[in-house]
Structure formats: structure tokens, C-alpha cells
Design a protein around this ligand. Sequence first.
Ligand code: PLP
Length: 405
Amino acid sequence: MILAFKFRFMSDSPGVPILDLGRNHQPIQAELEAAFHRVLTGGQFILGPEVTAFEKECADYLGVKHALGVSSGTDALTLAMMALGIGPGDEVIVPSYTFFATAGCVSRLGAVPVFADSTFCCYNISPAEIEKKVTAKTKAIMPVHLFGQSADLDPIRKLAEEKGLFLIEDAAQAIGAKYRGRHVGTFGHFGCFSFFPTKNLGALGDAGLITTNDDRLAAEARLLRTHGDAGTYFHEKIGANFRIDALQAALLRVKLRHLDASAAGRQKNARIYLEKFQRSGQAGFPVEACACRDDSFRLPGNPPPILLPFSCQPDHVYNQFVVLFTQAGARDRVQKHLHSKKIGARIYYPVPLHAQPCFAPLTGRRDAFPFSDYAAGHSLALPIFPELLEDEIDLVANEIIAALH
Ligand SMILES: *Cc1c(COP(=O)(O)O)cnc(C)c1O
């Protein structure tokens, strides 16, 4: 293992992958294989003891009353909205700057996603923008804890309470992140998590989780997860198949035990990047203090070439480490340079949701989304996975700085 890494760094273009799941799984391979064998010989492949145990371990980890394993993060969002009775005629406020599923699920249920812009300090939905989007048809607010950092939940919860709206947290990228010391995904009527392999807790396939502290909503979600079947083919409601595989649950039980150590690795890598970029004299933060509650987007006057990710919340778990390149054309130039050096770097997200062709008929298109548009044009995600070596971080940072000149 060590020899292999040494050899890589002696070659001309060692490269750095954006994510290397092999390095994540190699040290726990025996534990994963034991979990696989337990399911293989146990013979229960749908729900059953592995799923029940995984759900209890997730509920304990998060500090929430109910956790239900589901088929994906997308299905977690869909199931949450179905359990809340959201459908045609309803509006759900979502950020424009997020992964497609956040809004796609709303449309799939016949409701309308209403887009709100995000804030410059943490890339999360702006509470002030949400307030502007509330109408008589609004049923729910769905903040996303983007890139592994909590949205500013206090004003969002207050608004939801005042207006009688449901709060659904899209915590797909943020398991382990906290807001004021409490786990995200435990504040809303529902919290929704994804275990897609690239998320901080990744399955070996598709899987997800929904959480709630409400007994009635938990029972409703449980019923809808299995075609609304209250047992013995008696259907009280129309649900679907939203179940997690027992095999994924068993594998995820192993990975959940290592989740906090992985998050600590991501946080350490983020600190190393931040120090290196700051020392380069080419980088700074977009704000001096959290500005989530400002309702106007503005670049700092005379910004440095690189704007670093700012932590509004101390418990950022860095599912992505995203920087902004302020100079015209710099982001694309840097990405091309990194790719030529076999360094992974991705754009999250190149087209904000308000500008997606499939949402063109929606109201959101008429509004302005200055932050989302800016981020789509200037952001780049760098390798941040927990097992990244300091030499690799050095290489990424040095190549970026070289590409700027
Ligand atoms: C990944 C993701 C989802 C969807 O999760 P899947 O498990 O891939 O279906 C939803 N919302 C956000 C913000 C995501 O990043």
C-alpha cells in the first residue's frame, strides 16, 4: 500500500482522484465481507433484523426518535412529502442551487417547486429569500444542507411555524453535520438522507433514510414505504416500494461505525487546504462573518482570485470542498489544467435549477438568482475524501495556484 503511493509520487503525473472509495473500503473489507455473509446465510433480504438494527443505530447516532431505511435519498424526499400529503396545487420552496432531486421530487408528486436563491457565506438557501416566496399555496420549505454544512435553520423554523408550513430537511449531503450542536435532519417534520456511494455515509449501491420525531408521521411513512400495506394485503393508502435492501443496511451498519472518523478526516483535509490557500496570498473568504441573514448578494470589493468555503456552522462535514474562482474564465481554465494533471475537480452545479429546461414553465424563472448564477459559473469542487494524503492536497493546491498565473 505505502509502496504503491510512493511509486505514484515518483511518476510524472501522479494525479489525485476526486474520490477514491477503494481507500475507504480497503481497511474495513473484512467487516464488510462479514456483513455480506451474515445476510447471505441469514436469508432475509427485504427488511428484517439488519434493517431494524440499522434504523435503531441511525436513530441513536442522530438523536432522533424514528429512522426508516429507504431505497434512496430521492425516495426519502418523495416519501416524506407523500406522508405530509403534498400534491397537486401545493408549492414547496427549495433552493435553486442544489442537486436536481430536491426539486424533481416535488414535481413528480404534482406539486410545484418554487426556487429561492442561496447565501454567499455557506451556499445554503437564504431565509430572507424564502420569506419572499411564501404564497397561500405554500405547503412546505425544503432547505438543503449543501456540501455538508447546515442551512441557517433558526429563522427557517421560525418562518415555518409562523406560516404553518412543513419543514423537510434535505440532509442528503450532510449526515453528521450539526446546527447549534444538534444533528441536521432532526429539526424538521422529516429529515431525508442519501447513502449514494459518494455521500459521507455511502452504501455499495442506492439507499437512503428518513427521520422524524413525530410518531404519527413515522407510522404514515412506514405504511407508505410498503405500498400502504397495513399487513395481509389490506391497503389503507396508496404507497410504493421505498424499502432499503437488507444487504445495504448490513453494509451501512459497518460504515456507520466509521462515519465520525471519516468526517474528522474530511475536516482535517479542509483545514490543510484552507491554510495552504491562505498562505498563497491568492485566497480569502467571501465574508468576514456569517451573512446568512443578509438578503442581498454581493461580491467583496476587489475579491482575491480564490474564495474559500466559509463555515457558518462549526460542524461542517465537507461532503464537498467547493471554492469560487473570481476572475473571468479562471474556473474553466483551472479545471482544464487540473484534468491535464489527472487531478479530479467537478462543477457542482453547472446549471442552477431555475435555469433547467424542464423547469422553464415554472414561476421561478422570472425571478433573479444572482448567487446561484454566480456559483454555477465560478465554483469548483476539489478532492476532499477522508483518506486523501497531505502530499496530494499540496499537489492540488500548487497546480491550482500555477494555473492562475
Ligand atoms: C444525492 C442527493 C439527493 C438524492 O439522493 P439519491 O440517494 O442519489 O437519490 C437529494 N438531494 C441532494 C441535495 C443530494 O445531494
